[in-house]
Write a protein that binds this ligand. Structure first.
Ligand code: URA
Ligand code: CA
Length: 434
C-alpha cells in the first residue's frame, strides 16, 4: 500500500476502506507517513467528505491509536457527556453530581481550559485541596463507592487525534464535519463510555456558529455512535450568550453550588435538567424523558444533588465546607462594575468577547504554559431581552493583578449590544438528535 494512492483515491471522491485508513493513521502516528501527505489527505477529505461507515472506521482507528480505558470494573451503564465548548459553560460541575444523585455512575475524565474556554479540572481545583489526579484504581473505587468521580485525563489517549488535530490547525482543515466528528468521538470511545450525550453548541460563542453546520456535526456524531454500538444523543443548544452568569473558575464553582441548591440561573438549570434526563434515559433508568426531568428537579429541591457534590469533594480530598461557606473559595482582591452607556434592552451578548474579557482578567490560559488565576473572572448581571438604564451594571469583573483591566472592560462593553427594541430570548435547546 502507498500513501500516494490513498490520497489520490480520496481526491477523486472514492470511499476508503478500513485497511487504507489504518495504513494512514497508524503510519502517521509511527512517523512513517509525513505531515505533507497527511495534510493532502485531510484537504481531500475536506472537499470530498466521508460517509458514515468511513467516518466510524476512522474514529475507531484514532481511538485505538492509544490507551482504551476499560470502565468495566465500574458497575452499571456508564454515560459520558461532552460539550463542544462555549463560554462560562458550568454544566459538568452541576450535571455530574445531579445525575449521580439519581443513581447512575459518573466516571468523568475532563480537561483543562485553553484560550477563552474553561476546563472542568481547573474549576474543580479552585476547591481547597481537591485532588483531580486519582490513580486508576482509586478512580474506580470512588465511582463504585460514591457513584461519582471527576478526574483529569491521564495516559496516552488518542495520540492520532492529537497529532492530526495539530496538523489540521495549521493547514486550514479543521472545519471538516467528518474530521471534527471523528476527533471528538474518538476521545469519547477511548474514554470507555457505554453511551454518550453530546451538547453541540451553536451561536456566536460556539465552535459551530451556524445552526445548519452544528446540526450536520450532531448527525455525524450520532451516526458514529450507531456504527460502533454506543447509543448517542445530541442536543443542539444555544451559545449566543454565556450560559448562566459566572465566567471564571472559582466563580463557576460558586454558581454550580447555587444551582445544586436550586438557586441557580434559569438557563444553566434547565440545560442541566435536559441533558441529565437524556443521560438517565441512555442509562435505562427511566421510562420517558419527563420522568427523568421530574427526578432531577426533585433532587435539586430535596438537597440530594448538593449532598452528592459534597460527598464527591470529600472523597477526592477536598474541603466540602465550601458548600456552606463560599468564602473558602479563592476570592479576587478587587472588583470593577462595567456600566451600561445608554437605556434600552440587551439585544445581543457576544459570548466570545465575554470569554476573552475573562481571559484577559486571568481566568483563562493564553497558551499551554500560562498560569491561571482561579479567582479571576466575571459575573454577568444582564442577559438577552433584559431592560437596562444608563448606569446599570452589566457585569462585575473580578481580578487580582491585571495588566490590562482597560482592555478587559472594553471587550466586555463591546460584547453587549443595547437597542431600543426588545428582542426575544433565543430558545435554549434547538433540536435533539437520536
Ligand atoms: N474539537 C475537537 O476535539 N476536535 C475537532 O476537530 C474540533 C473541535
Ligand atoms: Ca456559567
Amino acid at each position: 500500500m502507498r500513501a500516494y494512492d490513498i490520497i489520490y483515491k480520496k481526491r477523486e471522491g472514492q470511499k476508503l476502506n478500513k485497511e487504507e485508513l489504518g495504513f494512514l493513521i497508524n503510519g502517521y502516528v509511527e512517523g512513517e507517513i509525513p505531515d505533507y501527505q497527511m495534510s493532502a489527505w485531510a484537504m481531500a477529505v475536506y472537499f470530498q467528505g466521508m460517509d458514515a461507515e468511513e467516518t466510524a472506521n476512522l474514529t475507531m482507528l484514532m481511538a485505538e491509536s492509544g490507551d482504551m480505558i476499560d470502565l468495566s470494573p465500574i458497575e452499571g451503564i456508564k454515560v459520558d457527556k461532552h460539550s463542544t465548548g462555549g463560554v462560562g459553560d458550568t454544566t459538568t460541575l452541576v450535571l455530574a453530581p445531579l445525575v449521580a444523585s439519581a443513581g447512575i455512575p459518573v466516571a468523568k475524565m475532563s480537561g483543562r481550559g485553553l484560550g477563552h474556554t474553561g476546563g472542568t479540572i481547573d474549576k474543580l481545583e479552585s476547591i481547597p485541596s481537591f485532588n483531580t489526579s486519582l490513580d486508576r484504581d482509586k478512580f474506580f473505587d470512588n465511582v463504585n463507592q460514591h457513584g461519582i468521580a471527576v478526574v483529569g485525563q491521564t495516559g496516552n489517549l488518542t495520540p492520532a487525534d492529537k497529532k492530526l488535530y495539530t496538523l489540521r490547525d495549521v493547514t486550514a482543515t479543521v472545519e471538516s464535519i467528518p474530521l471534527i466528528a471523528s476527533s471528538i468521538m474518538s476521545k469519547k470511545l477511548a474514554g470507555g463510555a457505554d453511551a454518550i450525550v453530546l451538547d453541540v453548541k451553536t451561536g456566536n460563542g460556539a465552535f459551530m456558529k451556524d445552526f445548519e453546520k452544528a446540526k450536520k456535526l450532531a448527525k455525524a456524531m450520532v451516526a458514529i455512535g450507531k456504527e460502533v454500538g454506543r447509543d448517542t444523543t445530541a442536543y443542539i443548544t444555544d451559545m449566543n450568550q454565556p450560559l448562566g452568569n459566572a465566567v471564571g473558575n472559582a466563580l463557576e464553582v460558586k454558581e454550580a453550588i447555587k444551582t445544586l441548591k436550586g438557586e441557580g440561573p434559569e438557563d444553566l438549570t434547565e440545560l442541566c435538567i435536559e441533558l441529565g434526563a437524556g443521560m438517565l434515559q441512555l442509562a435505562g433508568k427511566i421510562k420517558d424523558i419527563e420522568e427523568g426531568k421530574e427526578i432531577l428537579r426533585e433532587n435539586l429541591k430535596n438537597g440530594k444533588a448538593l449532598a452528592k457534590f459534597s460527598e464527591m469533594i470529600s472523597a477526592q480530598g477536598g474541603n466540602a465546607n465550601v458548600i456552606e461557606d463560599l468564602s473558602l473559595l479563592p476570592i479576587a482582591d478587587a472588583t470593577f462594575e462595567v456600566k451600561a452607556e445608554k437605556d434600552g434592552y440587551i439585544s445581543e451578548i457576544k459570548a466570545l468577547d465575554v470569554g476573552l474579557s475573562a481571559m484577559i482578567l486571568g481566568a483563562g490560559r493564553e497558551n499551554k504554559e500560562s498560569v491561571i488565576d482561579l479567582a479571576a473572572g466575571l459575573e454577568i448581571k444582564k442577559k438577552i431581552s433584559d431592560p437596562v438604564s444608563k448606569g446599570d451594571t452589566l457585569a462585575v469583573l473580578h481580578y487580582n493583578e491585571c495588566n490590562d483591566l482597560e482592555e478587559a472592560k472594553q471587550k466586555l462593553l463591546e460584547a453587549f449590544t443595547i437597542t431600543a427594541e426588545k428582542k426575544d430570548k433565543k430558545e435554549l435547546i434547538y433540536e435533539i438528535i437520536k
